[in-house]
Design a protein around this ligand. Structure first.
Ligand SMILES: [Zn+2]
Length: 193
């Protein structure tokens, strides 16, 4: 998983989705151990050594004991707790979802695109989808509390944080990347429209 995720991180960075060392990524391995990307690393140079293991509270474990990862790790943990089938979480700072969030409140509504079938469970371009837009907070407990109130609205394995970026996840890296790219594509189409 580490090698495959490194490739995805570099690919997403090449698209301009993780400028200025931003964004973070995580996965749960076959031993139920959660790994998260270390903060402050230029994603163009990201390697397998830049993942750290964390405990259930989001604090470094094993050889990373005592090291604190990005505050946003709390959002990754929230996703794993609320969507137990998730094994990979990807976070993007792509521009189009951020722009969409400046012109929409609470939801990004979308319908009529073939590519919306990129969301697992969506079978038709005619489906009317509403992707939640969550208010941004620097206080992660406030952000997770808001996510709690929006939990029932999160149906497409992703959400947008206003003025900030997107989170998407899946049972596999393949699915997580597909959900992230689908959301970004739909946001780009609607914004350009
Ligand atoms: Zn972020």
């Amino acid at each position: 998983m580490k090698a495959a995720l490194v490739q995805v991180i570099r690919t997403l960075n090449a698209r301009g989705w993780s400028p200025a060392t931003s964004t973070n990524y995580s996965f749960i391995d076959e031993h139920h151990q959660c790994w998260v990307s270390r903060s402050g690393v230029n994603k163009a140079d990201f390697t397998e050594q830049d993942f750290m293991s964390i405990d259930a509270h989001g604090v470094g474990s094993g050889m990373f004991h005592g090291i604190k990862p990005s505050d946003e790790t709390q959002i990754h943990l929230w996703i794993y707790q609320n969507f137990p089938s998730a094994k990979v979480v990807l976070h993007s700072h792509g521009k189009y979802p951020v722009l969409i969030s400046q012109f929409n409140e609470n939801f990004f509504a979308v319908q009529g695109y073939e590519l919306q079938k990129g969301f697992k469970g969506c079978t038709s371009h005619l489906d009317s989808l509403q992707i939640p837009i969550i208010d941004n907070h620097q206080d992660m407990s406030a952000l997770c509390a808001e996510l709690d109130t929006r939990r029932a609205d999160i149906l497409q394995h992703c959400f947008i944080i206003a003025g900030h970026g997107t989170y998407a996840w899946g049972e596999t890296l393949f699915d997580a990347q597909k959900h992230l790219e689908t959301l970004d594509y739909l946001c780009e189409c609607e914004f350009l429209l």
